[in-house]
Write a protein of this length. Sequence first.
Length: 303
Amino acid sequence: MYVSRNDEPTTAHASAASSCGCSTQASPPSPAPAAEDARLHERLAQIDHKVVVLSGKGGVGKSTVAVNVAVALASQGFTVGLLDIDLHGPSVPLMLGLEDAQPTNHEGALVPLEFATNLKVMSIGFLLPSRSDPVIWRGPLKHSLIKQFLSDVEWGQLDYLIVDAPPGTGDEPLSVIQLLGNLDGALLVTTPQEVALSDVRKCVRFCGEVNCPVLGIIENMSGLVCPHCGETIDVFRRGGGASLARQMGVPFLGEIPLDPALVRAADAGKPYMTAYANSATAQAFRQAIKPLLAQAKQGGSQG
Ligand SMILES: Nc1ncnc2c1ncn2[C@@H]1O[C@H](COP(=O)(O)OP(=O)(O)OP(=O)(O)O)[C@@H](O)[C@H]1O
Ligand SMILES: [Mg+2]
Ligand SMILES: [Zn+2]
């Protein structure tokens, strides 16, 4: 493991073998950069489609979208990996009830957890010293940690890798996008408020600068599903995401309402998509994955 639970996160090149519960293995030395690059390339070559979930701003529902998109794809029979690479607030383990899980080690590689036979999950949160304390990382350390993490996770063959990226357009999403290389593209999550919309504008430009195609914009927390009657009530002005998408010339993938059941599902560690498969919100997630399915139909590996 990168850092043991009780240690300061002072090195990104500590072994990945020390706090997985496997006490028989000595830590291998830090990988040489070239060997790490080769491993990263080899692992990513087994993944047909790579999609990153981004937002210009924190707290707009990236992790919620990443989890439910991954579950929606898995429920269509695809083999899916869900990767949470948010160093500061990894929330995928919580949302899937995996907060006490420990990934195992296989010949020095990290083996993802199997949430379902065709849904594998890996979170950088599994490896952080304490899941409740925010961790302060220095910039270059973050990049090498993300790189080591990406090259150490043994996904095997995947149809889709869905990546829950850190918020914003800073160094971390940049590292993730550069290291993954050859992405199918990004799903951009926004909320109806104007500030989040201007942040997503920045995010679209960022994608342009790093040559990451924009698969589309999802407007989350768009209207409120009444817990009594199930009708959707407008809370904030809706439709901003759609008009922004038009302005920026990128696809609009739909609105996901504020749904108390989403919070309940996340708090209970159950994916919403399976717990409430027939709801309008689940339908909205299924709508949002259409461009991903279209990528699969076009066929061929992205490398
Ligand atoms: N459509 C929704 N309806 C109700 N609650 C939602 C919805 N989307 C997200 N939430 C809730 O809002 C909170 C923030 O969502 P989430 O963690 O997915 O955002 P995020 O963009 O990943 O945040 P961060 O930037 O911190 O990583 C969570 O408690 C989540 O359950
Ligand atoms: Mg998140
Ligand atoms: Zn009502």
